[in-house]
Design a protein around this ligand. Sequence first.
Ligand code: G3P
Ligand code: MG
Length: 240
Amino acid sequence: MTMVICHRGDSGRCPENTKLAFCQAVQSGAEGIELDVHLTRDGHVVVIHDERVDRTTNGKGYVKDMTLAQLRRLQITGKGEAQSILTLEEYFAIAAPAGIRTNIELKTGWFAYPGLEEKVWAIVQAYRQENNVLFSSFHVQSLLRMKAVAPEAPCGLLSNDLLTNPEDVVQELGFQAFHPWYLRVSLSLVRRLHARGIAVNVYTPNSPGVLAWLIALGVDSVITDYPRRALLLRKWLQPR
Ligand code: G3P
Ligand code: MG
């Protein structure tokens, strides 16, 4: 069965990567939540998509240049009451009791954030989520560091490129999943990856047509802004 993973929480209905979006994601009945992490100036793991706070908050500047106390003063507005930036610990305080699976995307493309992987894993362990997480990144080095810290933890390589042989790349790197952009997916790609035992977790299909097509292809997960839509389509296309 194709798993439904809520991209940045239930971001189609709520401000992305916020408590509201994560609570709504739990409510939706989806199996998983995807979120993005960065490191603050004082070494806290925080949940936010961009390297800068400008797009999603009322502040300006890089996450890496701010302390957690400074970040907490920023407001995230949108639908519902104003939200603030969460730490990864605060996220797990919501997700762990709910039993929902977490896809942690390590946002290390611009800045390496030395120590991020170790800190993330320590938090995962503190919340006893070792068997309920999946790591992903566009940045190979970051996933290799994660593997060194937590060899048993599943890792998925994110890519928006049209790679000719992602199954070889993922296998040689020792990762368990490939996370392609939805416009790069084909039946042949899914078959080749599945033949090697590699999971296919696709981002970010949102339209009913694309979601239906991916569910019919039998991808392992759809990482979507519209989990309720995906769950409804799955009910029709993959009846148990
Ligand atoms: O992890 C899937 C997806 O989130 C990757 O792209 O930019 O939305 O983090 P982005
Ligand atoms: Mg992401």
